[in-house]
Design a protein around this ligand. Structure first.
Ligand code: XCC
Ligand code: SF4
Length: 680
């Protein structure tokens, strides 16, 4: 199951190297991508004079003051710029006081900018969750034909979490009550979100003590916008508390509701085999790319594309069939539940169109570059926007109504089919594709590890305690055009598994590692340390587990809580030998995710860039003081290997605190001895 493209020689990005023999080679620009398929499309775009994000990043230098979080434009007297002090001015310390016109200090401005990113991220995940809850309720009432209850077990579980009496009630009644209760979480004005009670007790107490237990999802986002308005909250610590509260409303609220209700409606994922990368596109079939985030639409497109009537129509246009591929988190959603192949991650959305064979790219919300329309203008590709929340000038808008989902989905598929004959001869599909195993929901991991008779995390905990597995890392998040595409994800994850750290993944990060072959069971013997490899081989799982889309990071919170509850690893998430990372983050959603992990007690490292470097005071609060508050903290380390080392060091410190550090030494010693014996 190797990369099916051995023949293509490995190409590297543009290098501006000085004249041979001189040592003016200082301007070697970094590689744009480590993904061969993407590289091939970057080169095709260059030949055809098409601009992509990989080109624009070279000419778009970031504003240095904005990059460090020191620019405030929250009122009409600004923008005010309060850049970090220079190291030395004419040999003297730079002591100039930096303030905005209203007197706001660097840390206030930096904190306001930071939590506004959280507001943007939490709003995005939660509005997705709200859409799911609305459709869920409509379906329960029988007003949204096409949607139903696939996982009844989970429906009952969630009903119990919500405190809904289920005795003697029909599935329909329970579903209606769950839908109403879920929807009410968004507009809740007081009390606490229901799912907070799922967290370890100690964690709940920490949140209550700090006053960051979220009341309602929308309320916390709105309060960030209020507090960061000119002249409101000017205390960075207080601002950050509200940031944490909104982030928790995302992780334990909007995102978790999204994941759970989607599982009930569309099925809780189980392991399945699929493929990843642009090589999944087919020259002789109608290719439909589904790009964005919400599975409400994509689930229906999957059904519509398999409809015999649609397949017949495709054949009547000369195509052999209909081929679906996903990009961004929509891809992860339909991969996890249907095995639909992944065309690529965030930085491959333009590249997919450049192949010349994408007949339609169907988009909904989040992470869709406006430039897909510009690239599509150079080919026959139809960009189809589907929600009133997100339109793109030049694109075809076909609004999708969940109350009549199948009609809408079929119309979209039909538009793609009708576009097929308009393809030009300008076609180049990279051959690169890779197999992967996905579908590791929390329930599946529980089941696989616990075995047939009693699903549990006991074997995982035991293997952590006995040292075969050193710890658990969540490596998630985006691509970022400012750093080499996919490189950080793959390098970090390889380093972690080499050191016996099992890796849980979501989002574009999972796709990067899938392309590198890390999401296959055989990756265990190839890349993992002896202890982790042994466990993976016994259970039959890859060392890197794909848990889904970005809202599915909530699955990681649930898994971590299950580890705590199974015992032997402390009594809070912050006691576990676990760490989190987003080596190539770019979206505001990533900041919200990072903050809810930190506020849930997890050490979290980000790469690429860091948005608060303009204020040492605020950065120290995030990188140090938060640990005293939450038991988790932020770190920034652009080098993925160094970042992995920080995570491993953190895991080791937690092992030591739990008194299980010696066990690992014994295990390694045993393995050494065994290997010595085997080779003797
Ligand atoms: Fe977007 Fe979710 Fe980031 Fe990928 S990982 S670039 S947020 S698609 Ni969510
Ligand atoms: Fe400047 Fe204060 Fe207005 Fe921000 S709120 S732009 S710092 S005057």
């Amino acid at each position: 199951m190797a990369d099916e493209s051995k023949k293509t020689k490995k190409t590297v990005g543009k290098k501006k190297v000085g004249k041979e023999g001189t040592d003016k080679d200082k301007t070697v620009s970094p590689k744009k991508t480590i993904c061969n398929a993407t590289q091939q499309m970057i080169e095709k775009a260059a030949r055809e004079g098409i601009s992509t994000s990989f080109d624009r990043v070279e000419s778009m230098k970031p504003c240095p003051i904005g990059a460090e979080g020191s620019c405030c434009k929250n009122c009409g007297m600004g923008p005010c710029r309060v850049p970090a002090p220079k190291k030395k001015v004419e040999g003297k310390e730079d002591t100039k006081k930096r303030q905005g016109i209203c007197g706001a200090t660097a840390e206030t401005i930096s904190a306001r900018n930071f939590i506004r990113m959280i507001a943007g991220g939490a709003a995005s995940h939660s509005d997705h969750g709200r859409g799911v809850a609305e459709t869920f309720l409509a379906a329960a009432k029988g007003e949204a034909p096409g949607y139903g209850v696939k996982d009844e077990q989970k429906l009952l579980q969630i009903a119990m979490d919500f405190g809904i009496e289920i005795e003697g009630k029909s599935t329909k009644t329970i579903a209606i009550e769950v839908g109403e209760k879920a929807l009410a979480e968004f507009g809740r004005q007081e009390g606490e979100l229901c799912f907070l009670k799922r967290a370890p007790l100690k964690r709940q107490e920490i949140w209550r003590k700090l006053g960051v237990a979220p009341r309602g999802i929308d309320r916390e986002v709105v309060e960030i916008m209020h507090r960061t308005h000119m002249g409101v909250d000017q205390d960075y610590e207080n601002l950050l508390l509200q940031g944490a509260r909104a982030a928790l409303a995302d992780g334990w609220g909007g995102s978790m509701l999204g994941t759970e209700l989607q599982d009930i409606m569309f099925g809780t994922p189980v392991p399945l085999l699929s493929k990843v990368n642009l090589g999944i596109l087919k020259e002789d079939e109608v290719n439909i790319i589904i790009h964005g985030h919400e599975p409400l639409l994509s689930e229906m497109i999957v059904v519509a594309a398999r409809d015999p009537e649609m397949v017949e129509l495709a054949k009547s246009k000369g195509a052999k069939g209909i081929n679906l591929g996903g990009i961004c988190c929509t891809a992860n959603e339909i991969l996890m539940r249907h095995g639909v192949p992944l065309a690529g991650n965030f930085l491959q959305q333009e590249a997919a169109i450049i192949t010349g064979v994408v007949d339609a790219m169907v988009v909904d919300v989040q992470c869709i570059m406006q430039s897909v329309q510009d690239v599509a203008n150079c080919y026959h590709t139809k960009i189809i926007t589907t929600t009133p929340k997100a339109k793109i000038p030049g694109a075809t808008h076909m609004e999708f109504d969940e109350h009549d989902a199948m009609t809408g989905a079929k119309a979209i598929v039909k538009a793609a089919i009708e576009n097929y004959p308009r393809r030009t001869k300008n076609i180049d599909i990279p051959s690169h594709k890779m197999d992967l195993v996905a579908g590791f929901s929390h329930e599946t991991i529980n089941y696989l590890l616990g075995g047939m008779f009693r699903a549990s995390y006991r074997p995982l905990n035991d293997n952590i305690i006995n040292g075969r597995i050193r710890g658990v890392a969540g490596v998630v998040g985006c691509n970022n055009a400012r750093v080499t595409h996919d490189e950080g994800h793959v390098a970090m994850v390889k380093e972690l598994i080499k050191n016996d750290v099992i890796v849980l993944q979501t989002g574009c990060s999972a796709m990067a590692c899938a392309k590198a072959g890390l999401l296959l069971p055989e990756a265990a013997s190839k890349y993992a340390g002896a202890g982790l490899a042994e466990v993976c081989e016994t259970v039959g799982i890859p060392p890197v587990l794909h848990m889904g889309s970005c809202v599915d990071n909530s699955r990681i919170l649930v898994a971590a809580t299950a580890m705590v509850k199974d015992g032997g690893l402390g009594d809070d998430i912050s006691d576990l030998p676990v760490a989190g990372a987003a080596p190539e983050w770019m979206s505001e959603k990533a900041i919200s995710i990072g903050q809810y992990f930190v506020s849930s007690g997890v050490f979290t490292v980000f790469g690429a860039t860091w948005p608060t470097t303009g204020s040492d005071v605020l950065t120290k609060h995030l990188f140090e003081e938060m640990e005293e508050m939450y038991g988790g903290k932020w770190a920034f380390e652009p080098d993925p290997i160094e970042a992995a080392k920080l995570m491993i060091a953190h895991i080791d410190s937690k092992r030591k605190a739990l008194g299980i550090d010696k066990a690992r030494e014994r295990v390694l010693f045993d393995m050494e001895m065994r290997r010595d014996l085997e080779s003797a």
